[in-house]
Ligand binder design. Structure first.
Ligand SMILES: [Zn+2]
Length: 361
C-alpha cells in the first residue's frame, strides 16, 4: 500500500448514511439506545427515530489501532470502555463534546480490514447494521441493550440506491437553463472491441455503456439534450464518433472509458481525465475529475492531463476523455462491478458537466 493511498484513506470519512436529521437539544439523552457487535462481525445499532448518524474510519497510527466510530446526537451519561476479544481491542463509549455520543470500535494492530467495502445500512427508522469484519476465529459478541426491541415497521432503507437518497451533497445536481445545452456522450469501444478486460472478466464496454446511459438520463432530467455515440454493443470506429459529434453542434463532448494497466497489475488503481487543448476543455476535465474522485475514496488521483486521443483531438467543441478507474486494479474493479458505484460515477460525471455548463458556458 503506497503512502499516498494511506493518507487518502485517512482523510476520507468513509461510511455515511443520513436520514432526516433531527436536532436534539444539547442536554437531551443519547440517541444511541442499544448496540451489539455480533459474532459474525456485524455491528447492529438501535437509535431514537430519525437519528442523524455519522460514521468514520481511521487507519492505525502510533497511538491507536484501526478505529471505526459512530457519532450520535444526545449526550452520553456514563462514558465507559469495554474489553474486546478476537480482532477487537476495545470498545469505548464517550462524549467527544457536550451533547454528543461516540461509539468507538478499536481493532488490534494485526487486523486487516477493508473499510472500502463497508456499507452502513438503515433497516428502519431505529436500526442500523454494518458488517465490519469476517471473524477468522470465534468472536464473542459484545453489546449493551437489545438492538431488536421496539422495531417499528417503516419504509426500508435497505438498498444503498444513492439515486433516491437525499442529503448527499454530491448527489444534488445543479440546475442549468433548460433546452439550452447539448452534450455528446461517447461510451468507449463496443461490439467486437470490448476495450479493457479486467479482474473476473469485467469488460470496459459494458461498464462505460451503463455509466453513459445513466449520465444521459440525469442530464436529460435537467433539460440538457444528450446524444450518445452508441446505445448498444455496436462496432464503432473513432472517426464516425467524431464526425457525428461535430455534426450535432454540441456544446461539449465527453468520452467515457475505464483503464487497464500493463501486465494487469492489481495494485494500480486510480482515476484520470484528459483534454486536448484549451481552457474550456481543461476546466471541464477538472470539474469531472474532482467529482469522480469524491465518489471513489482511496482510489488515487492520477490527475487532469493533456492527451492526444483521437476523439478529443478531432472534435470541434471542448472535449474530454475520462477514465473512471482500472478494471485490472483490485480496488477499482471491485467497485466498478457494482451497479451502485456505476450510478455514483455517473452522478459525478453529470455533476461535473452541469457545473461546467452553468458556469463556463
Ligand atoms: Zn477505453
Amino acid at each position: 500500500m503506497s503512502k499516498v493511498f494511506k493518507n487518502k484513506l485517512l482523510r476520507y470519512l468513509y461510511v455515511f448514511l443520513f436520514l432526516n436529521p433531527t436536532i436534539l437539544p444539547v442536554n437531551s439523552s443519547s440517541a444511541l439506545a442499544a448496540w451489539s457487535l455480533n459474532s459474525n462481525g456485524v455491528l447492529e445499532l438501535r437509535t431514537k427515530s430519525n437519528t442523524n448518524l455519522k460514521a468514520y474510519f481511521q487507519k492505525s497510527n502510533q497511538l491507536y489501532g484501526d478505529r471505526f466510530w459512530v457519532d450520535f446526537p444526545g449526550e452520553l451519561k456514563n462514558p465507559r470502555t469495554l474489553k474486546g476479544n478476537g480482532p477487537i481491542k476495545e470498545i469505548r463509549l464517550g462524549k467527544p463534546k457536550r451533547g454528543k455520543t461516540r461509539l468507538v470500535i478499536e481493532f488490534k494492530e494485526e487486523t486487516y480490514l477493508n473499510p472500502l467495502t463497508w456499507r452502513m445500512i438503515g433497516l428502519n427508522q431505529n436500526s442500523w447494521r454494518i458488517k465490519l469484519f469476517k471473524p477468522k476465529y470465534a468472536f464473542k459478541k459484545i453489546g449493551e441493550g437489545f438492538v431488536e426491541k421496539k422495531v417499528e415497521k417503516f419504509k426500508v432503507n435497505r438498498n444503498s440506491n444513492y439515486l433516491n437518497k437525499r442529503g448527499h451533497d454530491f448527489l444534488e445536481l445543479p440546475n442549468v437553463k433548460e433546452n439550452k445545452f447539448s452534450v455528446v456522450i461517447d461510451p468507449g469501444h463496443g461490439g467486437p472491441d470490448p476495450g479493457a478486460i479486467g479482474i473476473g472478466g469485467i469488460r470496459e464496454t459494458d461498464v462505460v455503456l451503463e455509466v453513459s446511459k445513466i449520465v444521459e438520463k440525469l442530464l436529460s432530467q435537467k433539460g440538457v439534450k444528450v446524444t450518445l455515440t452508441r446505445k448498444n454493443e455496436v462496432d464503432l470506429d473513432l472517426p464516425p464518433r467524431v464526425s457525428f459529434a461535430n455534426k450535432t453542434n454540441a456544446d461539449i463532448f465527453v468520452s467515457i472509458h475505464a483503464n487497464a494497466s500493463r501486465g494487469k497489475r492489481r495494485d494500480i488503481n486510480g482515476l484520470e481525465t484528459f483534454y486536448f487543448k484549451g481552457w474550456k476543455g481543461r476546466s471541464l476535465a477538472k470539474g469531472i475529475q474532482k467529482q469522480i474522485l469524491r465518489v471513489s475514496p482511496g482510489s488515487p488521483d492520477r490527475g487532469v492531463k493533456q492527451g492526444r486521443f483521437y476523439v478529443i483531438k478531432n472534435t470541434k467543441m471542448p472535449a474530454v476523455l475520462v477514465e473512471i478507474g482500472f478494471l485490472t486494479g483490485r480496488l477499482d474493479a471491485r467497485r466498478l462491478e457494482k451497479p451502485t458505484h456505476r450510478k455514483r460515477i455517473a452522478y459525478a460525471i453529470a455533476k461535473g458537466i452541469l457545473e461546467y455548463l452553468s458556469k463556463v458556458r
